[in-house]
Ligand binder design. Structure first.
Ligand code: ATP
Length: 190
């Protein structure tokens, strides 16, 4: 498995930029930037590039980007309205709820048997698991991308995280979120 570990000076913005791309696990530190609107203006074109390929309307692209970001900050227990970003026009269309799976996963409980899964991780998998854990526990801001060819255990490690995190009550801390792109996955069940 390839582990790409990167220091991110602007984790919120970088998280926003990668939403809709091929990301399995993202860990991000709570951020305290005061000029989020400025960062939005600076990075909007890059963030919107994917949506511009499939949507002709600038207004639609703007709303899609805002919706992505709203879902990210919501999953962190925050409200997009507090970031001085353009206004998001809320929609009740369930087909636009790309993050339904993420929301459901956040409700996952655990039992002791689930935690035994962590003992099955091999040395390389344990290294990745513990590396992320150490950064979350120590509140060190870092973004982790778990990427690699099919069958290289990305889902397995993610499965461990989803079971371990509720047990450690880490989801109560805003610096951690587990993210995937459901629309790109064929094996949605864990
Ligand atoms: N430590 C482990 N112990 C037992 N089985 C494992 C372990 N790690 C991975 N596997 C198994 O290896 C197989 C491939 O792993 P996984 O599905 O996580 O790969 P993936 O990288 O997510 O693949 P894809 O990109 O195709 O979704 C799965 O059947 C998984 O259960």
């Amino acid at each position: 498995m390839q582990h790409l570990l990167m220091d991110h000076p602007h984790p919120l913005v970088d998280a926003c930029m990668i939403v809709g791309r091929y990301v399995n696990v993202l860990t991000m530190h709570d951020c305290e930037f005061t000029n989020i609107r400025g960062l939005w203006n600076k990075h909007f074109d890059a963030m919107a590039e994917d949506y511009h390929r499939t949507h002709a309307s600038d207004a639609s692209v703007l709303q899609l980007e805002l919706k992505d970001i709203a879902n990210i900050v919501k999953s962190m227990g925050k409200d997009i309205n507090n970031y001085s970003l353009p206004e998001l026009h809320e929609s009740d269309d369930p087909s636009q709820d790309y993050y339904r799976e993420l929301t459901e996963e956040r409700k996952i409980g655990y039992d002791e048997e689930d935690l035994k899964l962590i003992e099955t991780l091999n040395a390389e998998q344990s290294y990745g698991f513990n590396e992320i854990l150490a950064h979350v526990v120590n509140k060190k801001g870092k973004v982790f991308f778990v990427d690699g060819p099919g069958g290289t255990s990305k889902t397995y490690i993610r499965h461990c995280w989803l079971r371990f995190v509720p047990s450690a009550k880490l989801l109560l801390q805003p610096q951690l979120m587990v993210l995937q792109r459901p629309a790109r996955r064929s094996n949605n069940s864990l």
